[in-house]
Design a protein around this ligand. Structure first.
Ligand code: M7G
Length: 331
């Protein structure tokens, strides 16, 4: 994650009223292999999690990234407090215990202890986690790299062939082996089609931090760099149908959406991010996010735009690719 400035704030532009209009999205967290709550029925797999080190934490974002062991396996666990939703306020006020901390004139502070079901913590587990996962979640200094079309061929491409994350989770989604019940929309066409589903960073409890990804059926497009005008129909299809689906399902119009691709992505199978405009999603900064509408226009103007163009992106200090750019004297 290049950008660690994720925040769950409303930008005060009215997404709140939208979230009131919109029905709560159905199907809160399910893992694609079973229904929500299944894990708790079969026991708490984290009960014997042994912490090795805290990779990163943030008081402002209210999350913590932990590296540790689950049995014999390396694991990364991410705990995150989620936003307080308006629709649970009545229950929160009536059903909680309130402990007074201090009172002074008209001011008082309390510790409010809500019922357990209103106090859930979004938890993501990566197990077995590779060294690359551990590095991905560690707070690290970043450096901006300049990559020409030639650099991509001679430095980046050989590196991603050897080193990139497995995209097995993507194939599981496309083949309905995981998260099938979370799919929000599918165009099954093998050339132009895609699957749209909630990103696992989104708990689907409120649309203020809406985050979906569109994953293309085609398996031969690694990233932005592979795109040419040949892919315009595919990109337009994703843009159009993605926006329509999000409007229908969540009541969020295109003017409230940020639709973009990452370069570099973590996973080299083409996918498009759809996030709520008011949500500063991790990685939505200009150094990594490329608006889909700009990508479409650039390819219309120059069919080989992304083959030839110098692209900039941040790499973390411990990223092997950064070492290759240094060795090649490109940094
Ligand atoms: P990316 O641009 O390749 O990299 O985006 P990033 O993770 O550095 O942003 C991949 C997107 O897929 C991210 O937004 C992830 O949160 C999301 N994602 C990753 N995994 C492993 C899963 C998964 O198993 N299920 C779902 N639904 N989303 C995932």
């Amino acid at each position: 994650m290049a950008d660690t400035t994720a925040k769950r704030e409303n930008d005060g532009d009215g997404t709140d009223s939208l979230s009131q209009k919109t029905k709560r999205p159905k199907g809160d967290i399910k893992n694609g292999q079973g229904e929500a709550g299944e894990e708790s029925a079969s026991g708490n797999i984290l009960s014997d999690f042994k912490t090795t080190t805290v990779l990163r934490d943030s008081a402002r974002e209210k999350n913590i990234f932990i590296h540790g062991k689950l049995g014999e396996q390396e694991a990364v666990v991410i705990l995150e407090k989620t936003p307080i939703r308006e629709d649970i306020l009545a229950e929160m006020f009536s059903g909680s215990r309130l402990k007074l901390e201090m009172k002074n004139d008209i001011y008082s502070t309390y510790q409010l202890q809500p019922p357990a079901h209103l106090n859930e913590i979004k938890t993501t587990v990566v197990c077995p986690a590779t060294e690359k996962h551990v590095k991905k979640y560690q707070r690290q200094e970043s450096f901006l790299v300049e990559e020409t079309g030639d650099d991509y061929q001679s430095i980046t491409l050989p590196y991603i062939h050897k080193q990139s994350f497995s995209v097995q989770w993507v194939y599981n989604i496309l083949e309905k082996k995981a998260e099938a019940d979370r799919i929000v929309y599918e165009d099954p066409d093998q050339e132009l089609g895609f699957v749209l589903l909630p990103d696992f960073k989104w708990d689907q409890k409120q649309i203020d931090d809406l985050y979906l990804i569109a994953i293309v059926h085609r398996r031969d497009i690694k990233s932005l760099r592979d795109l040419t005008s040949e892919h315009l129909p595919l990109l337009q299809n994703i843009h159009q149908k993605g926006k329509e689906t999000i409007l229908q399902r969540y009541g969020l119009p295109a003017s409230k959406l940020r639709v973009y691709l990452h370069y570099q992505p973590s996973y080299y199978h083409l996918h498009v991010h759809f996030t709520a405009l008011g949500y500063e999603a991790p990685g939505c900064g200009v150094e990594r996010a490329h608006l889909l509408s700009d990508v479409i226009q650039n390819l219309r103007a120059d069919p080989r735009y992304y083959k030839t163009r110098t692209l900039h992106f941040p790499l973390r200090a411990d990223d092997g690719l950064l070492g290759h750019f240094k060795e090649a004297g490109r940094l």
